[in-house]
Design a protein around this ligand. Structure first.
Ligand SMILES: [Zn+2]
Ligand SMILES: [Zn+2]
Length: 136
């Protein structure tokens, strides 16, 4: 329930926060830019400005509700913090983002860090390419 999740994160329940959180919870595997969130809300008749969307997404990121990625230089996308670890495939033509998690890659990275006597805290792994729909 979005309202409960907001309160748990220490955020007051407001209409924009509720609407934006609901949007992410309806599609837990989506990776959305602020503009995409704004457009989706706008097309379903919500009167929430782009500046508000930016502000709420920043608050959500600080509260650990969403995770921000910068797959492309000038574009941030946000996804629901699902508490899992996964890596991403990014289509350079249409911007499609898919998730994957591969045990072999995960354990190889741990091995490499260990070999270098490096204490790994986190990693990001992203494959850039062309998705099935954009291959012609
Ligand atoms: Zn594509
Ligand atoms: Zn993701």
């Amino acid at each position: 329930v979005p309202a409960t999740n907001l309160k748990k994160a220490g955020l007051k329940v407001t209409v924009p926060r509720l609407k934006i959180l609901s949007l992410f919870q309806e599609k837990p595997y989506s990776h959305l830019s602020a503009e995409q969130v704004y457009k989706t809300l706008h097309s379903s008749g919500e009167d929430i400005g782009l500046a508000t969307v930016y502000r709420v997404l920043t608050q959500f990121e600080e509260a650990g509700i969403v995770v921000k990625h910068n797959f492309e230089a000038n574009q941030s996308v946000f996804e629901l913090q699902k508490g899992d670890h996964h890596d991403h495939l990014v289509c350079v033509k249409c911007g499609l983002i898919m998730e994957f998690c591969d045990e072999v890659i995960e354990s190889r990275q741990e091995t490499i860090a260990k070999e270098k006597n490096f204490r790994m805290e986190t990693h990001t792994h992203c494959i850039y390419g062309v998705c099935e729909n954009c291959q012609d």
